[in-house]
Design a protein around this ligand. Structure first.
Ligand SMILES: Nc1nc2c(c(=O)[nH]1)N[C@H]1C(S)=C(S)[C@@H](COP(=O)(O)O)O[C@H]1N2
Ligand SMILES: [Mo]
Length: 434
């Protein structure tokens, strides 16, 4: 399990300790931080420092320095697990995803670059252009909110690399366990309404996005990520240009003030800090569209195989999957006590047909109660009452089956070089005592 590390991105912006004046007076006459430094600290913490003018010169607030920062990501729950701080990547422990609708502070964060620091919603614009657009247009946030009909959908966002940490041989990249997924309510306008307004030519095959984040290298000529979807997915009713999550502005780390949302597809297609959409007459060729990014072998391969670029295919709809969100793994129960086990299940563009659980390592399965999705592309809630009759160690496994009959594999599914699409059954551990 990754340990929380200090947020280096924040620290690097802070004054260097070595520049502190160490002249003799240091201990005899207390000196205090400058107001400009205090402001930098306050910005990093996301709040003013009470009694800040009394902070001795040369001292950093401990919250920005120690190994276990209780509020390292502004606006996010302190129990998110930080996988990387530059770029920022943090996942959600399964038990924090127990709500039917994922709250803003628990949705995972996956950044490829550095988010913009100077967002002004008043001057933010979205450009629509590309070979297959009739007339390029530029819209303000206000134009989007007033000229088009807004829609709200609950949409499942899951990183294509969710579950990567289980692959063997291991795959490079963020070692997500199960927490790069969530299903908030998004409000925005339909991408198809905006594209139609600009006029789509008949040769359109793909859309691509550009965001206002910057490349990790600091090179302004490099784009951290610019992916997209086929025009057929772009034109679906639930494909949104969204400005709101659960009725509030998008959280900064989740794309404020504007993002794309394509439920059920790798979340890498859901461009954050959205500033431009291009409609292409070919498959979009932006950053991280090239092989092997967000691609898997077109045909299954043996673990460890080197796969040529041209034999890798772009990931589209995500596979069927489920999560046990209650109880929390590691819990202690009492024998004979019945417990309602809960979770969610989702299946990309498809619906989930059934969810089953096992407490005997997959030998037998019990059917769960499964609800319909709030709308297409939203995850579905399931629950089941289980009783644990003997003292000892138990595991609960959950397995979902989609509307085409595909089920989650009990352990690891097809190995692939970049470690995408691990939809193995989620397992939790329980101890039962009398
Ligand atoms: N502009 C921009 N959009 C982006 C990314 C990014 O780094 N920059 N990351 C993508 C990836 S790989 C994922 S999984 C999702 C994560 O969305 P979230 O951080 O809101 O959970 O955003 C996608 N959109
Ligand atoms: Mo991702």
């Amino acid at each position: 399990m990754a340990r929380k590390k200090p947020v280096k991105t924040i620290l690097s912006a802070l004054p260097d300790k070595s520049s502190v004046d160490t002249e003799s007076s240091k201990w005899s006459r207390r000196r205090f931080v400058r107001n400009s430094t205090l402001l930098t600290f306050a910005t990093a913490l996301g709040m003013p420092i009470v009694n800040g003018t009394k902070l001795p010169y040369g001292l950093h607030p401990v919250a920005l320095e120690s190994g276990n920062v209780p509020f390292s990501i502004e606006g996010k729950h302190s129990d998110l697990v930080l996988l990387n701080d530059r770029p920022l990547n943090a996942e959600t422990p399964a038990h924090l995803l127990n709500d039917d609708i994922t709250p803003n502070d628990v949705l995972f964060v996956r950044n490829n670059g550095l988010p913009p620091t100077d967002v002004d919603p008043e001057t933010w614009t979205l450009t629509i252009e590309g070979e297959s657009i009739e007339k390029p247009i530029e819209l303000s946030l206000n134009d989007l909110k007033t000229r088009f009909t807004p829609y709200t959908y609950q949409l499942t966002l899951e990183c294509g690399g969710n579950g990567r940490s289980e692959f063997d041989p291991p795959a490079k990249g963020n070692q997500w366990s199960t927490g790069a997924v969530g299903c908030p309510l998004f409000t925005g306008v339909r991408l198809k309404d905006v594209l139609s307004y600009a006029g789509i030519k008949t040769d359109a095959v793909y859309i691509g996005y550009y965001g206002k984040d910057t490349h990790i290298s600091g090179d302004v000529n490099k784009t951290p990520i610019s992916r997209g979807v086929p025009i057929s997915k772009a034109m679906e009713e639930e494909s949104l240009i969204a400005w709101s999550m659960n009725g509030e502005d998008l959280p900064m780390q989740n794309g404020y003030p504007l993002r794309l949302v394509f439920g059920g597809w790798p979340a890498s297609t859901s461009g954050k800090w959205l500033s431009k959409i291009v409609v292409r007459n070919q498959i979009h060729d932006g950053a991280k569209m090239e092989s092997p990014s967000y691609r898997v072998p077109c045909k299954p391969v043996a673990p460890g195989t080197k796969v040529p670029d041209e034999e890798m295919c772009i990931i589209e709809s995500m596979p069927v999957k489920s999560l046990i969100t209650y109880p929390k793994t590691g819990g202690i129960l009492h024998t004979k006590k019945s417990l309602t086990v809960r979770g969610h299940a989702w299946a990309g563009d498809l619906e989930v047909d059934k969810v089953e659980v096992s407490i005997d390592f997959g030998a037998t399965w019990r059917a769960c109660h499964l609800k319909s999705p709030a709308n297409r592309l939203a995850w579905q809630h399931w629950s089941v009452d289980l009783s644990f009759d003997k003292e000892g160690y138990y595991e609960v496994w959950a397995k979902a089956t989609d509307s085409k009959g595909s089920s989650q594999p009990m352990v690891l599914p097809g190995w692939n070089p970049k470690g995408y699409l691990n939809n193995a059954c989620h397992r939790i551990a329980l101890k039962v005592k009398s």
